[in-house]
Design a protein around this ligand. Structure first.
Ligand code: NAD
Length: 356
């Protein structure tokens, strides 16, 4: 298969982990006889430094022209501590999602058995947990009107959803549920928010079209509690942008670390595959970042954008084998991990490549 992949590492550890994700794609192409070509582009802080723009037009053009995007992360401490900055790395990320129409963010939360002890949740509660989140990505409070009034003493962010926006993400979630354990949990705050009442109305209206899928509705506060109390009760979860952002970070603890979780953002144009973690300034440049989220993002890319399920499974299997062999990055090591089994980003990447 011939495909063109755009690699957009972005900032901080995005650079370090995406390098490993790309190597894995190269290895797969070599092993399975595919012809993948690559290009690189800038986003985030590195793009601001080079061009003044967090999402240069050139990057967007390259994204539209490619078959898939392997993405890293954006962010820099300079902006985190300066709420008045007018140009920010995250603007690049939000604009990319809007411009490419990436309305569905899929986040599989699956615990590798070897990491049962790495989570702060008890193993007997976790074992077997396997959740697929659908986070809506181009609406809600992130994209509504925002501003200050009263000479800057008060601020507002408008949350808005249309029926169309809710329906298209809900349908994707229903369809995914059909291929899994046929359970869908729609998470909202319909007891308080009008956008959530519309959300629930739309999900209820289309549910009869999927009679084989069992649907439940949960308020976000209850869902946040249930995720930790009994994660195995969830199969597919569909929710709005802000709730999804928070719940999936919480759910990352089910998988042991942020460094283990991949995501796929799909919609109207090129799909974007990225770790759920950010640029992690606290560990940038130390070579200790866990590249597995990027590697698993490459697996999602092959499966979802190219339909290469066998190749995708080969990557997941290699990660599993590396963990079974006892190798860890620092974030997923525990007090029982021998020092020589704790590897840096590059070394654990090499182990994954060898096992592919
Ligand atoms: P973060 O995800 O970057 O880091 C949170 C914690 O998890 C840190 O302690 C970090 O060291 C650890 N961590 C994250 N990824 C890891 C990995 N692969 N291996 C080992 N440890 C890992 O979130 P943050 O610290 O809240 O934000 C840092 C910056 O990233 C901010 O500028 C934020 O705006 C940005 N951010 C970007 C994205 C994105 O690009 N999609 C997402 C979240 C945050």
């Amino acid at each position: 298969m011939k495909k063109h992949i755009l690699v957009v590492p972005g900032d901080g550890i995005g650079q370090e982990v995406t390098a490993v994700g790309k190597q894995v794609l190269e290895k797969i192409a070599e092993k399975y006889g595919h012809e993948f070509t690559y290009d690189e582009a800038l986003i985030g802080h590195v793009a601001i430094e080079a061009t003044g723009n967090p999402l240069p037009d050139e990057t967007l053009t390259k994204m539209r022209a490619s078959d898939a995007v392997l993405f890293g992360a954006v962010g820099h401490p300079k902006y985190d501590n300066d709420p008045t900055a007018k140009v920010r790395p995250e603007q690049g990320l939000l604009k990319m999602r809007k411009e490419l129409g990436l309305f569905a963010n899929l986040r599989p939360i699956k615990l590798f058995d070897e990491l049962l002890e790495a989570s702060s949740i008890k193993p007997e509660i976790l074992k077997g947990a396997d959740i697929l989140f659908f986070r809506e990505l181009t609406g809600d409070i992130y994209f509504g009107e925002k501003g200050r009034k009263d000479d800057g003493d008060s601020a507002y962010d408008i949350a808005a959803y249309s029926k169309y926006e809710v329906e298209r993400i809900a349908r994707k979630a229903f369809e995914a549920a059909r291929t899994r354990r046929k359970k869908l949990c729609s998470v909202d705050k319909a007891n308080v928010l009008e956008t959530s009442r519309l959300w629930r109305e739309v999900v209820q209206a289309i549910a009869p079209e999927y009679p084989d899928v069992e649907v439940e509705h949960q308020f976000v506060d209850a869902a946040a509690m249930m995720l930790i109390k009994d994660p195995r009760r969830f199969d597919v979860v569909v929710t709005a942008n802000l709730f999804g952002d928070i719940l999936t970070d919480e759910a990352s603890q089910i998988a042991g670390s942020m460094g283990m979780l991949a995501s796929a953002s799909v919609g109207e144009s090129t799909g974007v595959y990225e770790p759920i973690h950010g640029s992690a300034h606290d560990i940038t440049g130390k070579g200790v970042a866990n590249p597995m989220a990027s590697v698993l993002s490459a697996a999602l890319l092959l499966d979802i954008s190219f339909g290469l399920k066998e190749e995708s499974d080969a990557i997941i299997n290699a990660v599993d084998q590396v963990l079974k062999a006892g190798y860890r990055t620092r974030d997923i090591a525990d007090s029982t991990t021998p020092a020589e089994q704790i590897l840096n980003t590059e070394a654990i990447g090499q182990k994954i490549l060898e096992l592919i």
